[in-house]
Design a protein around this ligand. Structure first.
Ligand code: ADP
Ligand code: MG
Length: 262
């Protein structure tokens, strides 16, 4: 994929802590007597320069944890720090990509991508330049005026990615971003994303990818946190010591790991 790079400051990738969760627990009110404990004493640290995976079964609390890390949900107990400061609301510098794409059907590709910038008060030529760069970067050039319904799932998720990247977030949170796509489309998008990351063209410092696909986690991530369920806890943390681009042959080692999955 040949795309222009967005403005990535040369100092953008340095080993610093972006977000930390300390003893985070979350319960949801279930009925009058019982609360459902979804997350139990979760500790995690995300550093600039890494792609981290959150791998766990459906219902294990992954989306809940993402919302907490983004500052969209206050945990029942525990604390979240964003760049070493306690987080008390939506974090400035975090963008999200959703499994369902979450595009506005009455807006064109360009308008969907521009949304995040308008929320930040960036308008006019600056907005147009950033939108154009994000669209080109993610391979949507020529589709600026298309409606979401005219696009394949893969292209719709590219819009979701462009909309997140256009704000040049420090941290990109992705909640099962490839799960709604067919296998080949998912593979293409994943490969493009990792390639852009490796070439330092992505205007982000770190990515957290939620997935229930072990292969996907191994192909993308530098570090994988395996979640146990009921309640969600980080049961294992695995380093993936292979450089990008990764050969699918490394997946042979996955069978060893899966035997130790909770
Ligand atoms: N707003 C909510 N109110 C009540 N229960 C919720 C809410 N959000 C999630 N849950 C429950 O919490 C559990 C974990 O959900 P979620 O974080 O979406 O898990 P995952 O993303 O791993 O599938 C599920 O049992 C779900 O039904
Ligand atoms: Mg989820």
């Amino acid at each position: 994929m040949t795309s222009p790079s967005l403005d990535v400051p040369s100092t953008a990738r340095h080993a610093s802590v972006l977000v930390e969760a300390r003893h985070v627990s979350q319960s949801y009110h279930k009925d009058s007597a019982v609360d459902l404990l979804v997350l139990d004493d979760v500790d995690l640290t995300l550093n600039a320069g890494e792609i981290v995976g959150l791998l766990g079964r459906s219902g294990s609390g992954k989306s809940t944890l993402l919302r907490i890390l983004a500052g969209l949900l206050a945990p029942s107990s525990g604390e979240v720090f964003w760049k070493n400061e306690p987080l008390a609301g939506p974090a400035d510098g975090v963008a999200m990509v959703f499994q369902s794409f979450a595009l506005f059907p009455w807006m064109t590709v360009e308008e969907n991508v521009a949304l995040g910038l308008e929320a930040k008060g960036i308008t006019g030529e600056e907005r147009d330049r950033l939108v154009e760069n994000a669209i080109e970067l993610i391979g949507l050039g020529g589709y600026e005026n298309a409606w979401p319904k005219e696009l394949s799932g893969g292209m719709q998720q590219r819009v979701g990615l462009a909309r997140a990247l256009v704000v040049q977030p420090d941290l990109l949170l992705m909640d099962e971003p490839f799960s709604a796509l067919d296998v080949l489309t998912a593979e293409n998008l994943r490969t493009d994303l990792v390639e852009l990351w490796s070439e330092k063209k992505l205007p982000v410092q770190a990515m957290l990818v939620v997935t229930h696909n072990i292969e996907e986690a191994v192909l993308i991530c530098d570090r994988i946190m395996i979640f146990s369920s009921n309640p969600g806890r980080i049961a294992h943390v695995l380093a993936v010591p292979f450089a990008h681009p990764r050969d699918r042959k490394i997946l042979r080692s996955v069978s060893l790991w899966t035997t130790s999955m909770p």
